[in-house]
Design a protein around this ligand. Structure first.
Ligand code: FES
Length: 157
């Protein structure tokens, strides 16, 4: 089944293109919109992005594979990103990382069998003053303890 953008998302892409001198410059916005719609960037999605922006498929491929925020396989309904960069690490991020891994039974870039959770170890997410932190989808959870992480994960079950 081939991928097509919704009318609404095509309009968003057109708006994005107006902000830039070339269509190619709107590629990151467009990939983001595609991921929002399809949940991950498949080969078909990449082809449609290239088609809509009138750029080469290899341009899309290069950007998708360069940035870690784009996924080429389906991730969980709740995508959990655990920061283990310096500030978070100094305040116990690896304990939290191990705890989340053990609780969900998955490793980096893994997805639970029911498709509910996926897990990713990430670099600094700009919330160092509130370390340690995790992000779940678009939401940040800060000043965490292992107990708080447990509560958060349990509340999502
Ligand atoms: S080091 Fe974790 S948010 Fe900056």
């Amino acid at each position: 089944m081939s991928f097509k953008f919704t009318e609404e998302n095509l309009a968003r892409i057109e708006e994005s293109k107006k902000k830039y001198p070339t269509s190619l410059a709107a590629i990151m916005d467009t990939i983001y919109i595609a991921q929002e719609q399809n949940k991950y960037i498949s080969q078909e999605v990449m082809e449609e992005i290239a088609n809509v922006l009138q750029v080469k498929p290899v341009d899309v491929l290069g950007v998708v594979h360069f940035y870690t925020m784009y996924y080429t396989k389906p991730m969980g309904k709740y995508h959990i990103q655990v920061c283990t960069n310096v500030s978070c690490m100094l305040r116990g991020a690896y304990e939290i990382w191990e705890q989340v891994k053990n609780k969900l039974g998955i490793d980096n870039m893994g997805v639970t069998q029911d498709g509910k959770f996926s897990l990713e170890e990430v670099e600094c997410m700009g919330a160092c003053g509130y370390a340690p932190m995790i992000a779940i989808n678009e939401d940040y959870y800060e000043n965490l303890t292992k107990e708080k992480v447990n509560q958060i994960l349990d509340s999502l079950k």
